[in-house]
Structure formats: structure tokens, C-alpha cells
Design a protein around this ligand. Structure first.
Ligand SMILES: Nc1ncnc2c1ncn2[C@@H]1O[C@H](COP(=O)(O)OP(=O)(O)OP(=O)(O)O)[C@@H](O)[C@H]1O
Length: 529
């Protein structure tokens, strides 16, 4: 059942508090957003302290439910039983409630796995997006593609990165306590060379159980993490999924940024197009990861702010540092931003809400672009954070049984980074596009309770997500074929520049369709297998 059928703006500053019931819809008024609007001068400086460990309560763990996992022999569910459950209409009930209240069962609908963040970077192209420009940018005069195709050497990029971030060795540290239950903690590896050598990477983020899940299912988990690359479904047979990175629930927003966001900024500054998108079932934490808490971002940045604000804080810090250190070359950066959403298969401008049903165009000179999409030139980090907050507040959000602030649209924030410098009497130009995508979550009507308008939204969301999954199997398609599919599913073409040329990485991902969550993980990993 839907609790609230009205659309309302996203509370961009949402955060999971201890004891709060996160996914239970509240009064819609509570969720309206306060837009940020302070001057740059009021903003506290943001500093990145590299090499810090997460600060998490180290209360001694309870003996009873170590890691909250059901051990293999205690699972108490056979393969046949699992298959029967798959068929059963009652598969959304906690396992214990169907088995005489046994507590050590694998919950069937606990949302214990978060989302995939898929990042992809590749060599920059010289395409620009024609658009309605609010502050008219100076004509960059891209005369030569040559300089764009010659980014800095990897050596200097690696050196840059190393100077900015100290690597943290990968290891399984001692367990930490989250939600009063001991969970294992695995350090993520900050390895710049890995990001440079692999065009596409998948990072899984496991979010902590929310209070609703805890009260319904206790602390049992149906998945366990084994190391910083793999998670396993504790069933019969146990099924392991391996990814580039698995961020356990103790990994905080800053650490995630340092592992996934920071190298992307470096890639963009080196002239590589980059795209990060969050994909996962509804309520798994995509928006929390991509946006996080963005109230008062310009004045008092919250430690809960997500990937996007951190990326732009770092981007502008790097731009300023580069401009300063290469003053003799007269290095200048120019950044332009746009923010769109795809809602019910229509493209809307989040920075100009009156601009709806925008058309996707393609021509030889400009490639794929959204006609009349507003593009702002930004000078400072605060300019960009304002756009982020403003657009996020305009996004279509509604309450469902699974998430009280469920995004009903896919959003794409794009920042085009141009740089120009002079060397040996030659003017050099570099161009890169950064796409930050927060997809709407896949959902099942049975669990989300979607009806009426929400059901229509859900159908459109699921349809476009499966098309995206299909498009992300480039092994089977040439680039030209991908373009044909992009055209067929026009709106997803906004991602085309980043995704169409993505290389495929072999992965060791196995599927098991018997468990709802595993199936979700499996669907999420279908981008790779
Ligand atoms: N890692 C995390 N730590 C703490 N809280 C989290 C985490 N991930 C998500 N949450 C909380 O879980 C709830 C749902 O998250 P969010 O809205 O980001 O999900 P979503 O995947 O974007 O869902 P939808 O697809 O429906 O929009 C929010 O209250 C959010 O604050």
C-alpha cells in the first residue's frame, strides 16, 4: 500500500539516525526541502584528511549474533525450500514468521545489500552540448582535437594522486559495531593505478540495516562479506559474488569518495570523460551515496554529504592548485553544468522545472545532446553546490512502502571541464565530461505497494533499467549497434558517451535466482556478466 500518493520534493538532507524508522513515510511536509542559499564567504573550508580511519563505536560485540550472519549449517533452509519460497506469494514475509518464529533463518526480503556504483572513464572527446547558456561562456575555440587526445601521462597522474592521497593497505581489520551488532570491517584499497588500468569498475556498498528491517527481521543477514572484493549469499549452495570493491557497512562517505570519487576527478582533469552511476533496488542508498546530506552545504558541510558534493569540492581545490602551479602557462579552467531528470521517459530540466519533455538530438558535430537544456557556467565550488541543491530539490520524489523518499526519476548531473594553457607558443585545449547519475531504484510492486501513478513510474523505471543493463553488455554490440539501441531507448542516450565505449572486464559473478536479494544483486551485476 502506498502511504502517500503525492509527489514531493526530496529532503536532500536526509540521514539515517539511530532509532529512526528510515523507510516509513512521514508527513510529506517534513520532507520538503530547505534550499541552500548562503554566500561563499560564509562557507567553512573543507579539508580532506587522507589516511583517516572510520570513527565507529567499538563497543564489545554481543556473543549471540556474531556479524548478524546465519552460519551455513544454521541456515535451516534447503535448496528445495528456497525454491519453494521463490514460488510462494508469501516471499515478502520474514522467514521466521513462516517457520514458527525461528530466529536463525535467512530473511528473504531484508535489504542488506546496498547499491552498485559503476564508474567508467575513457579518453575525452571533443563534443560539446549545445544548450541554453545562462551565463554565456567564452568561445573555447576547439580547433584541435590533438591536444584533447593527448592527456597527461599516467606517470604524472599517478604522482598527482599519490601526492593527494596516501594509500591505505587493504586488510580485514577487526570487527566494528554497527547498530549494536558486530560487523566485519574491510579496508578499501586506494589504488590509483587500478582506476587507470580498468575502464569500468563496480563497487558494491552494503548499507546498515535500517530500524524497520531490524525490528522486522532482527540482525540476521542473508549475505556475508568475505573480503574487500566479495560477498556471499549464505544459502545452499553458498553463492559468491566478486566485484572490484565491496564497501562494507562501516565505510563512511569520505572513505567512499577517496576510493571512487577522487580518482575520477583526476581522470577528468587529465581529459578523460568519466561517469559514475548508482544502481540498485529501491531504498538501498543510491541517493544517500551520490548526494547524501546536502543541507547548508555551502555554509556547514555535513560529514554525511555524499559523492557529488565531495567530487566538486575536490575538483575545485585541484583546479585552483593547478592554475596556481602552472601560472607561467596561463592555465585556465572553465566548467559548465547541467542537471536533468528522466521521469516517465521524459527529459526534464532540474535547473528550470518549467522546461519539460526536452528532446534528445544527435548530429555529427555535437554527438548526442539534450536540446534546450540549461547549462550554467560555474566559477566556484559554491556555484556548483547551489546548482546541485537546487536541482535535487526539484527532483520527483514520492513515498513508497520501501522508501519514504523514493526517487521516481533518473537524474544526471553533468559537468563539462575545459582547460586551456599555452606552451611552446602553442595554445592547448583539453576537454572532459563528468556525469554523475543517480538512477531510480528497481522495485517490485508487491513490496513497494505502488499503485496508480506510482505504478506507472515503477514500470517506466524498471523498463529503462533493464534497457540500461542490456546496453551495458558491449561485448555483444559494436559501438554502432549500441548507438542504435541508444536511439531506440532515446533517453538513456544521455549516458551514451560514457557507456558506449566502455570496455568490459571479466568478472566472476554467479547468479542464484532463489533469493530476492541475491536476485537483485545478480541483476545489479548484470552490467558485467
Ligand atoms: N550507508 C548508509 N548509511 C546510513 N544510512 C543510509 C545508508 N544508505 C542509505 N541510508 C538511508 O537509507 C534510506 C534510503 O536511502 P536512499 O533514499 O538513498 O535510497 P535509494 O536507493 O536512493 O532509493 P530509491 O531508489 O527509492 O530512491 C535513507 O534514509 C538513507 O539515509
Amino acid at each position: 500500500m502506498m502511504r502517500d500518493l503525492k509527489l514531493f520534493s526530496r529532503n536532500v538532507g536526509k540521514k539515517m539516525e539511530v532509532g529512526e524508522i528510515e523507510n516509513v513515510p512521514l508527513n510529506a511536509i517534513d520532507s520538503f526541502v530547505n534550499q541552500v542559499g548562503s554566500s561563499d564567504a560564509n562557507r567553512e573550508p573543507v579539508t580532506y584528511e587522507f589516511g583517516h580511519r572510520n570513527k565507529i563505536d567499538r563497543t564489545p560485540p554481543s556473543k549471540r549474533n556474531k556479524f548478524g550472519w546465519v552460519e551455513k549449517n544454521e541456515v535451516g533452509i534447503s535448496g528445495n525450500e528456497a525454491r519453494d519460497e521463490e514460488k510462494s506469494d508469501a516471499n515478502n514475509l520474514p522467514h521466521s514468521s513462516r517457520n514458527g518464529g525461528l530466529t536463525n533463518m535467512t530473511p528473504r526480503s531484508v535489504r542488506s545489500v546496498g547499491k552498485n556504483i559503476i564508474s567508467n572513464s575513457e579518453c575525452g572527446s571533443a563534443q560539446t552540448t549545445p544548450s541554453k547558456s545562462v551565463t554565456k561562456p567564452p568561445n573555447p575555440g576547439f580547433a584541435s582535437l590533438h591536444s584533447i587526445k593527448n592527456p597527461m601521462s599516467l606517470g604524472s597522474r599517478a604522482a598527482n594522486f599519490a601526492a593527494l592521497a596516501k594509500g591505505v593497505p587493504m586488510s580485514c581489520a577487526s570487527p566494528l559495531v554497527v547498530n549494536t551488532v558486530e560487523v566485519p570491517h574491510y579496508e578499501l584499497r586506494e589504488d590509483p593505478s587500478f582506476w587507470m588500468d580498468h575502464n569500468v569498475q563496480v563497487l558494491i556498498r552494503v548499507r546498515p540495516l535500517n530500524s524497520m528491517e531490524r525490528s522486522s527481521y532482527g540482525y540476521s543477514r542473508c549475505l556475508k562479506q568475505e573480503n574487500a572484493q566479495s560477498i556471499a549469499w549464505i544459502g545452499q549452495p553458498e553463492t559468491r559474488f566478486t566485484f572490484d570493491h565491496v564497501a562494507c557497512e562501516t565505510v563512511n562517505q569520505e572513505m567512499l569518495f577517496r576510493v571512487a570519487g577522487l580518482p575520477m576527478v583526476e581522470n577528468c582533469l587529465s581529459g578523460y570523460n568519466s561517469c559514475m552511476f548508482a544502481y540498485g533496488q529501491t531504498g538501498s542508498g543510491k541517493t544517500y551515496t551520490m548526494l547524501g546530506e546536502i543541507d547548508e552545504l555551502e555554509v556547514k558541510p555535513s560529514p554525511e554529504r555524499g559523492m557529488s558534493p565531495r567530487i566538486f569540492e575536490f575538483l575545485f581545490a585541484r583546479i585552483r592548485a593547478e592554475e596556481e602551479s602552472r601560472r607561467d602557462e596561463n592555465l585556465k579552467y572553465n566548467c559548465k553544468c547541467s542537471f536533468l531528470e528522466i521521469y516517465n521517459e521524459q527529459i526534464c530540466d532540474l535547473l528550470d522545472p518549467s522546461s519539460t519533455n526536452l528532446l534528445l538530438r544527435e548530429d555529427i558535430k555535437n554527438g548526442v545532446y539534450v536540446e534546450n537544456l540549461t547549462e550554467y557556467e560555474v566559477q566556484t565550488v559554491n556555484d556548483i553546490l547551489k546548482l546541485l541543491a537546487e536541482g535535487a530539490a526539484n527532483r520527483k520524489v514520492a513515498s513508497t512502502n520501501m522508501n519514504r523518499e523514493s526517487s521516481r526519476s533518473h537524474s544526471v548531473f553533468t559537468c563539462v571541464i575545459e582547460s586551456r594553457w599555452e606552451k611552446d607558443s602553442t595554445t592547448n585545449l583539453r576537454f572532459a565530461r563528468l556525469n554523475l547519475v543517480d538512477l531510480a531504484g528497481s522495485e517490485r510492486q508487491k513490496t513497494s505497494g505502488a499503485e496508480g501513478e506510482r505504478l506507472k513510474e515503477a514500470a517506466n523505471i524498471n523498463k529503462s533499467l533493464s534497457t540500461l543493463g542490456y546496453l551495458c553488455k558491449p561485448t555483444f554490440f559494436s559501438v554502432a549497434e549500441c548507438h542504435t539501441h541508444y536511439q531506440q531507448r532515446g533517453n538513456l542516450a544521455t549516458l551514451g558517451e560514457s557507456e558506449g565505449r566502455a570496455k568490459r572486464n571479466p568478472r566472476d559473478c554467479r547468479r542464484d535466482k532463489r533469493n530476492f536479494n541475491v536476485q537483485e544483486v545478480s541483476n545489479e551485476s548484470s552490467f558485467l556478466i
